[in-house]
Design a protein around this ligand. Structure first.
Ligand code: AHM
Ligand code: MG
Length: 334
């Protein structure tokens, strides 16, 4: 019988990838796995459990919060609180970071940043959503209080990052700096199994993902790039195909598996784009690079940006290296 590797087994087998870890990072990834299963369960029954819809409040960024956004947020926070590997957490849904300041957590090495339910405008219409996570070692001394500097580290310091995509199947995709692997959830057994080993962007791609409704607000270079991808050129497989769900996780996942580029550029109404550096762009940039792609804000490597604030936004262009470099060229020429 063929051996099916579970996520738990894979994490333990690859523990040697983490030079300083004594098992805490493996345990932390297991916490994410557990929280992901709980969120998955809620999403699957959302229409029946009266947990669809908005709650009539807005998050720190002025966006309407959905019930499931907050349920997912609470599930992740409770899971980390119930276990001992995390000393602090930042979430897209919370104004400030949380410090787990008790005897168990104070000595912990890791902080976590999460977007508990990304693409939340899609929840009520049954379109794929995702959880995005990003893990750093704290800078402050273990045992001392967590500080904002622990959270405001450049993305290149991430020790692990990934997402859970709640789509036609539920898949957890992560990297700990040694390639990208995906694990599909088997709901009958209740386990994630390795289904997408060593994911790499295909050499060539011909899908572009961008909210073209914002065209009028885009910088000139992006407008020209969009016209270029729509031009006929049989040698280069153009025009490209447009695919955009409004869920970063879904668009990213497809582009990484089939080849493509995702763009959320700056616009006149959103000068730094929409996506959050800490909760969305950094983890996706880490995954992108680990899968052989490129992630930029238009001119700079995303992972080299030093964040100034927790909810900082940044333009994001990520995907197949060649495609991203072409978009950068158009932006440079203006
Ligand atoms: P969210 O975290 O509030 O769901 O917002 C992030 C989402 C991304 O998943 C997606 O790519 C983008 O917002 C879509 O934005 P827009 O509707 O402006 O195209
Ligand atoms: Mg989001």
């Amino acid at each position: 019988m063929e051996r099916h590797v579970t996520l738990g087994e894979f994490i333990i087998e690859n523990q040697k990838d983490f030079p300083y870890a004594k098992g805490e990072l493996s345990a932390l990834l297991s916490s994410i796995k557990l929280a992901g299963k709980l969120v998955n369960q809620q999403i699957n029954k959302a229409g029946l459990a009266e947990i669809l819809g908005k709650i009539g409040k807005q998050n720190i960024q002025g966006e309407n919060q959905a019930k499931l956004d907050l349920i997912a947020n609470d599930i992740f926070i409770d899971t980390f609180r119930n276990r001992g590997e995390v000393c602090g957490l930042g979430s897209e849904e919370l104004e400030d970071f949380i410090v787990f300041d008790d005897d168990i957590h104070r000595e912990a090495k890791y902080i976590v940043l999460i977007d508990p339910l990304d693409g939340s405008s899609n929840i009520d219409v049954d379109i794929t959503v995702g959880t995005i996570f990003s893990i750093y070692r704290r800078i402050s001394k273990e045992g001392s209080p967590v500080t904002s500097e622990d959270f405001l580290q450049p993305g290149r310091n991430q020790v692990a990052a990934g997402y859970i995509i709640y789509g036609t199947s539920t898949i957890l995709v992560y990297t700990s700096g040694n390639g990208v692997n995906g694990f599909t959830f088997d709901p009958g057994i209740g386990s994630f199994f390795l289904s997408h080993p060593n994911i790499k962007f295909p050499k060539k791609g011909n899908t572009y993902s961008i909210n073209e409704g914002n065209y009028i607000h885009f910088p000139k270079g992006i407008k020209k790039y969009i016209k270029w991808v729509q031009e006929l050129d049989e040698n280069e497989n153009r025009p490209f195909t447009s695919r955009y769900t409004g869920s970063l996780v879904a668009d990213f996942h497809r582009n990484m598996l089939l080849g493509g580029i995702y763009l959320y550029p700056e616009g006149t109404t959103s000068p730094h784009g929409k996506l959050r550096l800490l909760y969305e762009s950094n983890p996706m940039a880490f995954l992108t690079e680990q899968a052989g792609g490129k992630a930029t804000d238009g001119s700079k490597r995303i992972l080299d940006i030093t964040p100034k604030e927790l909810h900082q936004r940044v333009p994001l262009i990520c995907g197949n290296r060649e495609m991203v470099e072409k978009a950068e060229k158009f932006l440079k020429e203006g």
